[in-house]
Structure formats: C-alpha cells, structure tokens
Design a protein around this ligand. Structure first.
Ligand code: HMH
Length: 222
C-alpha cells in the first residue's frame, strides 16, 4: 500500500499541471513582469474582498471542526491566528480600495466568485470531515502564497504600487503559516480512511480549479 505520510506531496506531484495553472496563472505572471492592466488589478481587489468576507465563516467552520475532532490543541491556535489575519485583511482591503478608487459596497460578485463562495459553503457542512476541510484551507492559502511570492522573487518587475499586495501573501510569515497548515493536513490525512482520502484529493482539485477560474475572471473583459 502507498505511504500516507506525505499525502499533500503525493497529490501535488500527481496534479502538478493544475497546481502550476493556479500558482503561475497569466494574471500573476503579468504582475510579475509589470504588464498587468490596472483595471484587472482593481477587478481582482473588488472581487477578492467578497471572497475574503466569505472566508470568515469558512475558517470559523474549520475552527469548530478542529475543536471537535483534533487531538492537538495547537491546531486551534493556528486556525485562530488565520481568523485574526482575516480581520486585518478585511481592513486592508477597505483602505486599499479607497486608495484605488474602488467602491467596495457596490461590487457585484462575478459568476466564478459566486461559484467559489458556494463551494466554500459546501465545505462548511458538518458532514465534511476535518481532514478534508483543512486540506481545502491549506490549498486556498497555498495558492495565494506561491503566486504572490513569485511576484517578489529576484528578477521580478512587479510595479511598485502592487508590491504591498504581493507582500501580504508572499511574505515569509505567511509562508510559515501555510507550511503549518500543510503539516496539520498531512497529519490528519495519515490517519484517515481511504474514503476520506479520496474526498480530500477531490476537494484539493476543486480548490485548484476554482482558483484558476478566479484568476481567469480577474483577467477577462467581463
Ligand atoms: C480567491 C482567493 N484565494 C485564496 C485567497 C487567500 O486567502 C484569497 N484571498 N482569495
């Protein structure tokens, strides 16, 4: 039987193409090479504000699952720090939006965003196991971490006015947060049944697909 100790690594190898599609999307590559169209960036800002607000109950549902199902109380500490970060993030979106002249209260969510938010809501169900939900949480955060860190690497030509955005998710502290989430996910997947494992793998792929659709939405003309 296949080793279960590093399920995430196994799945990332297996689903490399879609993972790269999510973390090296043209939207991100255009930030990195400085060719990003500012209207795309503003669209991202407005739509992501909606998504981040929808993430609050999602992360709260994971906190509840950790409280009920985890054998390690440090899981809760990490998830709680993720909730606190969302609080900061919402304040940041508001100040960033006013800087760019984006009116957040009148933003209409696009279809890809609605679909993704609906997906988050489905993962909040009490029927979804902790191991599955924490895998989704890790994947959602890891895509942003890998994407925006790429825009800050040596050789990138990210415009000065977008660097702060890239720092939000590309900083090393957030990288450490993602590694801790990944360790928690791996630890719970190691003990999971084959049925739960296959559900977690499917959820991971769904997250990556939604992330690609989200970037597509921000890049597009609609
Ligand atoms: C669409 C999307 N995915 C992931 C994150 C990271 O929290 C975010 N803010 N938005």
């Amino acid at each position: 039987m296949e080793g279960k100790s590093e399920m995430i690594a196994t799945w990332l190898k297996k689903h490399r193409l879609i993972y790269t599609g999510a973390t090296r999307h043209p939207f991100i590559l255009n930030i990195r090479d400085g060719s990003i169209d500012l209207s795309s960036f503003k669209r991202w800002l407005a739509q992501d504000y909606i998504f981040v607000r929808a993430s609050v109950p999602f992360v709260a549902s994971i906190l509840l699952k950790a409280w009920k199902e985890s054998d390690d109380s440090s899981d809760m500490d990490l998830i709680l720090s993720g909730m606190a970060a969302l609080n900061d993030e919402i304040a940041w979106f508001k100040s960033e939006a006013s800087k760019w002249g984006v009116a957040l209260h009148s933003v209409v969510p696009h279809k890809a965003n609605l679909d993704y938010c609906r997906f988050l809501e489905s993962v909040m169900s009490p029927d979804i196991e902790y191991a599955v939900a924490i895998t989704a949480f890790w994947a959602i955060e890891a895509v942003y971490q890998e994407s925006f860190a790429h825009c800050l690497e040596d050789g990138s030509r990210t415009p000065e006015e977008l660097k702060e955005t890239c720092q939000r998710w590309g900083n090393t502290g957030f990288g450490q947060f993602c590694r801790s989430l990944r360790n928690i996910a791996n630890r719970h997947l190691e003990k999971a049944s084959d049925d739960v494992l296959s559900k977690a793998e499917v959820i991971l792929i769904r997250v990556l697909e939604h992330e690609v659709e989200f970037w597509n939405m921000c890049s597009g003309e609609i």
